[in-house]
Design a protein around this ligand. Sequence first.
Ligand SMILES: Cc1ncc(COP(=O)(O)O)c(C=O)c1O
Length: 523
Amino acid sequence: MTPAPGPLFLDGSPAAHEALRAAVAEVLAVLAATDDRGPFPSAGAARLRETATAIEPLPDDAEPLGEVLADVGRTVLAHGARVTDPWCAAHLHPPTLVTAAAAELAIAATNQSMDSYDQAPMATYVEDRLIGRLNQLIGLPATGSGVLTSGGTASNLLGLLLARDHAAGGANLSGLPAGAGRWRILASAGAHVSVRQAAAVLGLGRDAVVAVTTDDDGRMDVAALDRTLGQLTQTGAVPIAVVGTAGTTDTGAVDPLAALADRAAAVGAWFHVDAAVGSALVLSDRLRPLVAGLERADSITADLHKLWWQPIGASALLVRDAAALRSVREPADYLNRTDDDVLNLVDRSLDTSRRFDALKILVSLRATGRRRLAGLVEHLVDLAAKAGEAVRRHPDLELLAPPQTVTVLFRCRPDGVDEDRLDGLNVDVQRRLLASGRAVVGRTRYRGRVALKLTFTNPLTNHDDVAALLAAVAAEASAGLEEAAEEAHAAPTATRGRRSRRVVGRDRKPNGAREASLHGPID
Ligand SMILES: Cc1ncc(COP(=O)(O)O)c(C=O)c1O
């Protein structure tokens, strides 16, 4: 069937606005129809890949939008991770604010490009204003500046680029100086992997990042930092940057930022803080002291698609001195000319074309308000603390690090199971919960052992949800042990390796959605 011709572009005509309204209504309908599902598809990766392969993304002729969306709803959207489910709790991967999601439409429809004033006149100054307000909230001086990026990884890269250029004495015009092979970046052993990745991209090499030991709480150990700095200096290495983390990915630990700032200043190193998680704590008067010292950073990663509930991507790289950003400036005759007397944000960015993400941030922050956002962050920090207590009390679970922000790191440790079997058991628990689509629980390694992780980013999650999830995790471990015992007992050779697919603990969680009707066969 040939679809009725309609406006292809948003050309400002009433017909175009009507077409957009109708298309949005269809998108909303398919979103509503696919929202009644569990946290993860149970179809399995092979099945999903097969279904994706069967999709023709570029047919020769148009298909009616309604049909496309109905098909996409059934085959694609119904099989996504559902971040609004309280049992979708593995990653720093939150649900988004309604107002921010709605404002995404205005970003796409108006398509401002943040590289230059002549492509984004008002948007340019709005982003600059937003950056200024974030800096003020954190406590950076009026000399500060910054730019939005696509995520925490991109913000860390830009922050460390500024650190590298600071060490080099300015913009990178002729490559790294001769002594750059001795440059080192100090970050805690719990720092995000993007720090090492940035060092590689910046030509310093991954191993330029020296991992500083953490204390029992997962925070950088200041005595160890002092020792490491001493050893580096003795061997002729040059510490060019100290990276603090305000909210590590696995334990949620906040490094002692003020002490790190002192050490960085003492050796003339750049002080970057990865506050991808911890930046949101400054929203709350109660939690702000946890990140004391953040305001002393030279550069800060504030990831707004984590605990600020923005749709991906939305992150900021904030700097204490606007002059530092000059090192990324590359004037082009067609874009950011040297004679321009307006702000061209490409002068601060590693991107050229860039979305007007500041709009959704500004709209949703205004429409929510700082106090309410602070309450949401406080709820999640309290939830993690309570979850930590519940783990401590549970006879079959072991807390591996005290919750400090929104993360609880633990493992299943049923009585009588040898240490050497625990890693395999915990791997199995996480895999089985995911494969059945019932729960997305994090899995990582902590101090050499397999660890499970709950990360609370969904403010709608309550303690009953968490208690039920912990019970399901423990039940899965018992079932795994039982099955292993049965298999070993029943047919020692014949059935070995044939793992049963039995799933236990199927009790409904208090606040969760029903298993999706669309989780059946994908057609
Ligand atoms: C501490 C920290 N920094 C940086 C990142 C990377 O952020 P993104 O995924 O937005 O690139 C993460 C991701 O979880 C993180 O936990």
